[in-house]
Design a protein around this ligand. Structure first.
Ligand SMILES: Cc1ncc(COP(=O)(O)O)c(C=O)c1O
Length: 284
């Protein structure tokens, strides 16, 4: 079965899908994206991802020429055409195709592309802990906008991969941890406090992060939204990351430090299990 991509109104075999060389996404990274997890054929945290997509468009001043209802129809069709049971849908919107010029074009329409990726199996409630490294956060100042301008994130993730780690945890010049290269970072302190950084312009406010906050609330677990530095993170009882694709994943080693005893902590295990359960139950 061949994969199908969506490009500006057309459903095309993935291998033939392409955009124009003067697409501003290609030339200026002038666009935004979303990644939505699909479990059992159903998009998870769907409203949150679509809401953030429109907000990202607004923040970079792209006027959407499609309604949310039409987006939902296209995504449903992509899920069907790709026989996507478990996987992800990637949605990218750029300012469109125009003769190269930094200023916004006056005539072009936003360009929209979607691809589907199949997961070999359903994410399991049990998990393996992953290793991470710390890397200087060298991104621009508006990390709250999910733009396709991801070079610093790619460089950080590559460095992690070269060191045998799964994620790069980004550290700001003031020594505070911002987030992962493609995830939000959480910790459980030795006093049992559940901490994640406050969402402002310094981090992407993960949709999974927001759901995990709600799930923690259902368990009367208070979430402290505050900054923390590398030393506090390395001394934490648990560290975990959240994202649409990693859900809740325990981090058991950072640089050369084993977190706690190297085992997956009870809080991250429970939050992952609950997230998957809520996703199955159609709650997210
Ligand atoms: C930099 C960054 N932070 C956080 C996240 C997590 O966001 P979400 O939970 O919406 O996937 C991502 C996801 O790609 C990301 O790229």
């Amino acid at each position: 079965m061949s994969r199908i991509a969506y490009v500006n109104g057309r459903y095309i075999p993935h291998s033939q899908a392409s955009v124009h060389v003067e697409d501003r996404g290609y030339q200026f990274a002038d666009g935004i994206y979303e990644v939505v997890m699909v479990l059992n054929g159903q998009p998870i945290d769907y409203d949150g991802h679509l809401k953030r997509l429109y907000n990202s468009l607004k923040l970079i001043k792209i006027k959407a020429n499609f309604s949310e209802a039409s987006l939902r129809i296209i995504i449903a069709r992509m899920i069907r055409l790709n026989h996507l049971v478990n996987g992800t849908i990637y949605v990218q919107v750029t300012r469109g195709v125009a003769r190269r010029d930094h200023k916004f074009p006056t005539a072009s329409q936003p360009a929209i592309v979607m691809t589907a990726k199949l997961l070999a199996s359903m994410p399991s409630p049990s998990q393996k802990g992953v290793a991470a490294i710390t890397v200087a956060d060298e991104r621009w100042a508006r990390r709250d906008i999910k733009t396709i301008q991801l070079l610093p994130n790619c460089l950080a993730k590559q460095e992690a991969a070269e060191k045998g780690a799964f994620e790069a945890i980004l550290v700001m010049p003031d020594g505070s941890v911002s987030e992962g290269s493609s995830s939000n970072v959480w910790l459980v302190t030795d006093k049992g406090e559940l901490v994640t950084r406050k969402a402002n312009e310094n981090i992407l406010n993960g949709i999974t992060r927001q759901s995990v906050q709600r799930i923690a609330g259902m368990h009367q677990l208070k979430v402290s939204e505050r900054t923390f530095d590398v030393a506090e993170m390395l001394n934490a009882r648990e560290v975990f990351i959240t994202s649409a694709t990693s859900i809740v994943t325990a981090v058991t080693k950072i640089d050369d430090t084993v977190i706690s005893d190297g085992e997956i902590g009870v809080v991250s295990a429970a939050l992952r299990e609950d997230y998957i359960q809520h996703a199955h139950g159609g709650v997210l």
